[in-house]
Design a binder for this molecule. Structure first.
Ligand code: 4AD
Ligand code: MG
Length: 465
């Protein structure tokens, strides 16, 4: 990129074009100096690193320089010079300074460094301006790009599934309703139920919990597809790993079985982590130094080692005979809690784990049933510090078996009749999974709370900004 006009600081810091005129715009991180000269550290979001602006007090006058405080936004034109100071190769000797916006030191909330992550959550509208959140959100961007790149390079099509749906894919019943009915004056049918035929869509609708069911329709036509969009769950789980609005990536592949599904999940995750190591090192290094000294080692370890694959039944045996005291009891048939998953990953195998063949009672209706009549061809990928990062399965393609399961679970067939129909017309073996985007970002950034890896988190009692 040509230097001389609206240069990004990331490019400027790599430049050796000393003596040239440069034009930088950004937000002041710190400003200090003496009677003669001001040193302004400027950041424009293109990198975690700041550029130093050197401004002569005599030239600009104290009145102007006094307004250049932390948080202010300025435009500087000046000369790029080799830096005398430590820790930077170049700096800008200012010729002109224009102030776009001041930030009153008495009221600007990010005046000081070192605010707690909890405090920053309360000012989520400003926290992207901190080093930490700049790093996290740049990494988040690169991961989104890498996801599209991976699938595009592997012949998958990006398939857009609806946000507003009538079905509950996961059968968990934790959905946000979508309605234009007047909540104060709901219309009722003769039996006293809410009359959704008068609602916008003529039936009850909700925000999607997963794009999978529609994604399967795509796979039955395009072969290999993926979705990547927001999903919504009204589960009241106030944990460091749950959001009410999160982003999910759901590949679905015709003719893949449960083994292919595991191969895809492992290859995909390793690709994404390697991509982060190759493209986000400045930000990862910062997060490693600030929050989690083992982050880089952990990322490299996951890329370099095979994931351990075993059946749920074996995992339960390991947990039962571990002698470890768990908060939640573990027995065959129990839904594994994060503490169990993390014990297997962090204490027992000391590597990522893929668990397969779960009891059908704790998994969704669409999973392919095994011959034993008790388990389904599910797979969960479990990661250090995270627990479940991916959940998926081979799908039941046999119409009768699928219907039997739907009936056993007492599910309404009205909202998913079209899904069931696919098993009648050119059905095929297929498999897919869902990767929680924020759980991936948690892993790659080493952050501990999922509220800190999405710009504007949605959790119980929190939707302000
Ligand atoms: O295991 P889940 O519920 O699987 C599905 O939704 C399937 N339809 C996926 C598929 O087979 N196509 O969710 C998938 C992943 C989880 O492993 C987890 O990483 C993430 O989505 N996830 C959440 N992330 C943040 N907040 C929540 N409330 C989440 N619920 C699930
Ligand atoms: Mg799951």
């Amino acid at each position: 990129m040509a230097i001389g006009h609206k240069t990004k600081i990331v490019d400027l810091l790599k430049s050796k074009d000393f003596g040239s005129t440069v034009d930088v715009k950004g937000w002041v991180r710190t400003s200090r100096g003496n009677k003669y000269v001001s040193f302004i550290h400027l950041n424009d979001g293109s990198t975690i690193n700041n550029i130093q602006i050197v401004a002569d007090v005599e030239k600009f006058g104290e009145d102007l320089l006094k307004q250049i405080t932390t948080g202010a936004c300025i435009h500087v034109v000046g000369k790029l010079v080799e830096s005398q100071g430590q820790g930077q190769t170049c700096e800008v000797q200012a010729d002109t300074i224009e102030i776009y916006g001041t930030a009153d030191p008495l009221t600007y909330p990010l005046q000081k460094k070192g605010h707690s992550l909890e405090f920053l959550r309360e000012i989520a509208y400003l926290r992207p301006r901190t080093n930490t959140f700049g790093a996290v959100f740049r990494i988040r961007h690169h991961m989104a790009y890498a996801i599209h790149k991976y699938f595009n390079d592997h012949g998958f099509y990006y398939f857009h599934t609806p946000i507003i749906t009538t079905s509950d894919t996961e059968g968990a019943g934790s959905m946000f309703q979508v309605s234009t009915l007047d909540m104060e004056k709901l219309p009722h049918t003769e039996t006293g139920a809410v009359d959704y035929s008068q609602d916008f869509f003529g039936q009850a609708t909700n925000l999607t919990v997963s794009g999978q069911l529609e994604g399967e329709l795509g796979a039955m036509a395009l072969g290999a597809i993926y979705t990547f969009g927001p999903t919504f769950r009204a589960e009241n789980s106030n944990t460091p790993r749950h959001l009410a609005e999160f982003w999910m990536i759901e590949p679905e592949v015709a003719f893949n079985d449960n083994d292919d599904n595991q191969d895809l999940a492992e290859d995909f995750l390793k690709y994404l982590i390697q991509y982060a190591l190759d493209n986000c090192m400045d930000d990862i290094q910062f997060l490693n130094d600030m929050f989690d000294k083992e982050l880089i080692d952990r990322l490299k370890f996951v890329v370099a080692n095979s994931f351990k694959r075993l059946a749920y039944t074996e995992a339960v045996e390991i947990l039962e005979s571990s002698g470890h005291k768990f908060e939640f009891p573990v027995f065959w048939g129990a839904d594994l809690q994060s503490e169990h998953e993390r014990y297997l990953v962090e204490k027992h195998f000391k590597c990522p784990v893929i668990l397969t063949d779960y009891p059908k009672e704790i998994k969704s209706f669409y999973m392919k049933q095994n011959e034993d009549g008790k388990t389904v061809r599910a797979m969960d990928v479990l990661f250090p510090k995270i627990g479940e990062i991916i959940g998926g399965s081979e799908r039941e393609t046999d119409y009768d078996k699928l219907m039997t399961r739907v009936n056993e679970l007492g599910m309404h067939t009205d909202p998913i009749w079209w899904y069931l129909e696919t098993r009648k017309f050119g059905t095929a073996p297929h498999a897919g999974f869902g990767l929680g985007f924020e759980r991936l970002i948690l892993f790659v950034t080493g952050m501990a709370n999922i509220r800190d890896v999405i710009p504007f988190p949605r959790t119980p009692n929190n939707a302000e900004f």
